[in-house]
Write a protein that binds this ligand. Structure first.
Ligand SMILES: [Zn+2]
Length: 192
């Protein structure tokens, strides 16, 4: 089953594209260069577990899956050409202690110092699965979920450094990025 993606934005500062759609791909860049948002609703592993065997605690941004692991929502920012950028809302699988400290500090001033290390829990098209390597996420903004800032995988680091052709990277998500109307406020209000 394909991963379910939406364009909901997991921050208080929800960006609503108002620019003109691009002539090449029909997708409008975010206002003032704000990143577009593509959000994976769940870690991919959820799709591999028979629903009857799926035993979870929490939801978004904290999801524990019995006998599988602990997941925290993060953002993977990608630079794109022609004034585009995209924030992929994805998940990190983290050790239980990190899961707990994220949960405890999430709405506290200490949140700014939160550092998570874990493994990306979604395969993000158009890239193939990244090598299983530790990924680090830190806090860029108190109102946003942690942002992936470095990785032990050279492949993933390279992906984060490069400015990618926007049409190619956004193609798998073009349908939801072009879709109108925009998500309802209820869907779009996913602050951290
Ligand atoms: Zn385009």
């Amino acid at each position: 089953m394909a991963a379910k993606v939406t364009r909901s934005r997991r921050s208080k500062a929800g960006g609503r594209p108002a620019g003109l759609p691009c002539a090449c791909c029909g997708i409008a860049p975010g206002v003032g260069g704000k990143p577009l948002s593509v959000t994976f609703e769940q870690p991919d592993v959820v799709n591999e577990i028979h629903p009857e065997l799926l035993d979870t605690w929490g939801g978004d941004p904290f999801l524990a899956i019995k006998s599988v692991g602990f997941f925290v929502r993060v953002v993977l920012p990608i630079k794109l050409s022609d004034g585009f950028a995209v924030d992929f809302g994805t998940w990190l699988e983290v050790p239980s202690e990190d899961f707990r400290s994220a949960w405890q500090t999430w709405n506290m001033p200490e949140y700014k110092d939160l550092v998570l290390e874990g493994y990306l829990a979604n395969v993000i098209a158009p890239w193939p699965e990244f090598p299983h390597a530790l990924v680090k996420a830190t806090v860029r903004d108190l109102d946003e979920v942690p942002v992936v800032t470095s990785s032990g995988s050279g492949d993933l680091m390279a992906v984060m450094m490069v400015e990618w052709p926007h049409a190619r990277i956004l193609a798998p998500y073009a349908e939801i990025l072009r879709a109108e109307p925009m998500p309802s406020p209820a869907e779009d209000s996913g602050s951290k």
